[in-house]
Design a protein around this ligand. Structure first.
Ligand SMILES: NC(=O)c1ccc[n+]([C@@H]2O[C@H](COP(=O)([O-])OP(=O)(O)OC[C@H]3O[C@@H](n4cnc5c(N)ncnc54)[C@H](OP(=O)(O)O)[C@@H]3O)[C@@H](O)[C@H]2O)c1
Length: 381
């Protein structure tokens, strides 16, 4: 069957040509073999590369059901990686099934406190990514439970299962001295992972933007963020989620990243007020902004946090909104992975256009003051 198909493909020259074509696709070369330095595990590539082939790697992604997770799973699966997607709620992982070819995506249920389930999720893999994180505490999970105990449990499972690589996603500004509990526990999580796996790779992304983010979408929709904390003067370096996912994809094979920490932030620094200005210019409508003293915001968030349902706003989030992004001088970053991070202004319209009104939906992005007259937007010079 194969030879006949190849004969047709080879322009029906001769059956010998067809046989050669078949042999050519089945030949293995040294570059099709990769070996994990730490475990000596070998992996063999099959096929011509890409989604419908296999690169021999098996990756487990914890936290795959979140914003960044979908891009990481998609990028890994696109190059023929078999991906174990570890989920808590099957509905949250359903969209990931189609990111890879048939049979390449394996969903497995897990509970961060159930060691047997963690072992089951990691035991076949040669790399494990931990993207688990939460912006607020819940009655079931504190920041320590998620960022420190959870990370340590995953690292221990990987050590026991002899997994060659471990990539831990932390956060820019993570520090044991931070005034934010989220950032303190992120730093303690890094430490816990390194105690168990000194050669783990640590990734610290800045605030991420993308289609499903909790940054541009909140500004565009005007929900929650219409109150300026710190008078909009907090300086941040937002980064594209797809760029961070690309960095994590590079780490799949780049064993030179073992034991290193990468800080992944955008190429430009903005004040929060600059981002509002950009959003206003793109969306072409005024964004209601009310400056709120930080102490009042903290008090409000503390009261809201006491309500019996899970809150998306917490006093700790308010605290983080007052902290400038401070990359560590000399830290490894995108440049060390040969990735050029995307500039927010260059592509922001793709993410913010949906907040425009119908009257101005198709207009190109022009900077400057403007007003709408008879349904048409005019720039005022
Ligand atoms: N987004 C940002 O701007 C930003 C900035 C800096 C660092 N980070 C870090 O980057 C990572 C990915 O960010 P993201 O925006 O994709 O996060 P996200 O959308 O909030 O997703 C978080 C993921 O963690 C899982 N998770 C949370 N608590 C868990 C628990 N107790 N047990 C098991 N799983 C749990 C969630 O699973 P469920 O779906 O089951 O809840 C989800 O898959 C996180 O570690 C985050 O802290 C994010």
């Amino acid at each position: 069957m194969l030879a006949t198909a190849a004969w047709k493909q080879a322009g029906r020259r001769s059956l010998t040509d067809a046989a050669k074509a078949v042999t050519a696709t089945q030949t293995r070369a040294m570059h099709d073999l990769t070996m994990r330095k730490k475990t000596g595990q070998t992996m063999v590539k099959y096929g011509r590369g890409g989604r419908s082939s296999t690169n021999g790697h098996i990756a487990t992604v914890f936290g795959c059901t979140g914003f960044l997770g979908r891009y990481v799973v998609s990028k890994l699966a696109k190059q023929g990686t078999q991906v174990v997607v570890a989920y808590r709620d099957p509905d949250e992982a359903r969209h990931l099934k189609v990111t890879g070819d048939l049979g390449q995506i394996t969903p497995l249920e897990f509970d961060l406190r159930n060691k047997d389930q963690l072992m089951e999720c990691v035991r076949h893999s040669d790399i494990v990514y931990n993207l688990i994180g939460r912006d607020y505490e819940t009655k079931n999970f504190t920041f320590e439970n998620v960022h420190v105990d959870g990370s340590r449990a995953l690292a221990e499972a990987c050590a026991e299962a002899d997994v060659a690589r471990f990539v831990q996603v932390s956060a820019l500004n993570a520090s044991e001295d931070s005034t934010s509990k989220f950032l303190r526990t992120k730093a303690l999580g890094e430490k816990a992972v390194r105690e168990v796996l000194p050669d783990a790779t640590i990734v610290r992304p800045g605030t991420m933007w993308g289609h499903e983010d909790r940054f541009l979408n909140r500004i565009g929709a005007g929900d929650g963020w219409q109150y300026w904390i710190n008078e909009g003067q907090t300086k941040i370096r937002p980064v594209a989620a797809t760029d961070v996912a690309q960095a994590l994809e590079v780490m799949l094979t780049a064993e030179s990243t073992m034991g290193k920490t990468y800080e992944l932030y955008g190429p430009k620094e903005y004040k929060i007020s600059d981002i509002y200005e950009l959003a206003r210019e793109i969306i072409l409508k005024p964004l209601p902004i009310r400056p709120l003293p930080t102490s009042v915001a903290r008090l409000g968030a503390t009261l809201l946090d006491k309500l019996p349902y899970n809150q998306m706003i917490s006093p700790d989030l308010i605290e983080r909104m007052t902290l400038d992004d401070k990359p560590t001088p000399g830290a490894l970053t995108f440049a060390d992975l040969y990735i050029e991070p995307t500039v927010l202004e260059a592509v922001a319209i793709q993410f913010l256009r949906r907040f425009r009104s119908n009257a101005v939906f198709d207009l190109p992005f022009e900077k400057g003051e403007g007003k709408i007259e008879k349904g048409v937007y005019h720039i005022i010079d």
